[in-house]
Design a protein around this ligand. Structure first.
Ligand SMILES: [Zn+2]
Length: 244
């Protein structure tokens, strides 16, 4: 806790200067700001599934079809609220800065290879899923790209998803496209496009820089406007173009 106080005090001046005054953060009739940043109490469907209603039905249909082909789609992660993302973020920030002695900005750059800044995760929307094949044995971390590649335990499911997921509305988000900026290739992360496309449109109407500068989690005081602008461009918008 002491360190947190120190971090906050150390950069309070730059934070105050970076905040543009009198600019509204967001106003949109379809999705509330809290809903878009994972702070709203939304209705989620399916035990162990936890998606918006339409995405839930699509997921169940896809799971049934995959079962017929011999794959047992298991949900590793679906809806995740702001505060869960905040605890993931802070755990990593402390590990990299305190245990590994990294400089705060280096730690932040490392976190955002795979993890989002709280308030910017697509998992906040109840439309995005991380999935594996539960019908095969695997050990250790399951969400590693090699496990979905040739010879890996989830190779078969990955081929099936490549052929079939879009028919159910699910699109790969962080594709294996060398020129794509932002998050690394995530062969396990799919998004239910009929809802996530309009939600991303609404999200882009948020003043994301201002929203993030007004949050309060470990490390956020190191964010500069320039860093956040490139994070938005690369990490939020650096996705499969079919989801834009
Ligand atoms: Zn994910």
């Amino acid at each position: 806790m002491k360190r947190r106080t120190f971090i906050k005090k150390a950069s309070i001046t730059s934070l105050a200067c970076a905040l543009p005054p009198m600019v509204p953060v967001y106003s949109d009739p379809d999705y509330s700001l809290d809903e878009l940043i994972g702070k709203a109490d939304i209705d989620l469907y399916g035990e162990g599934i936890n998606l918006r209603e339409e995405a839930y039905h699509a997921f169940v249909a896809m799971k049934k079809a995959a079962l017929k082909a011999g794959f047992d789609i298991q949900m590793v992660s679906s809806y995740r609220d702001y505060f869960r993302q905040e605890s993931i973020w802070e755990r990593k920030f402390l590990r990299y800065t305190e245990d590994d002695g990294m400089q705060p900005m280096d730690a932040i750059e490392k976190i955002i290879e795979y993890s989002t800044i709280p308030g910017t995760s697509r998992h906040h929307w109840g439309t995005d899923i991380d999935i594996i094949d539960g019908s095969v044995k695997s050990s250790g971390d399951v969400l590693v790209p090699q496990k979905f590649e040739a010879g890996g335990p989830f190779e078969g499911l990955k081929h099936w998803l490549d052929e079939n997921s879009e028919e159910f509305g699910f699109y790969l988000v962080y594709t294996d496209e060398p020129k794509r900026p932002g998050f690394k290739y995530e062969p396990w992360h799919y998004s239910y496009a009929p809802i996530s496309i309009p939600m991303l449109e609404a999200y882009r109407r948020i003043n994301i820089v201002k929203m993030l500068l007004s949050q309060d989690f470990l490390g956020c005081d190191y964010f500069t406007t320039g860093f956040l602008r490139s994070y938005i461009q690369d990490n939020i918008l650096g996705i499969n173009p079919e989801l834009l």
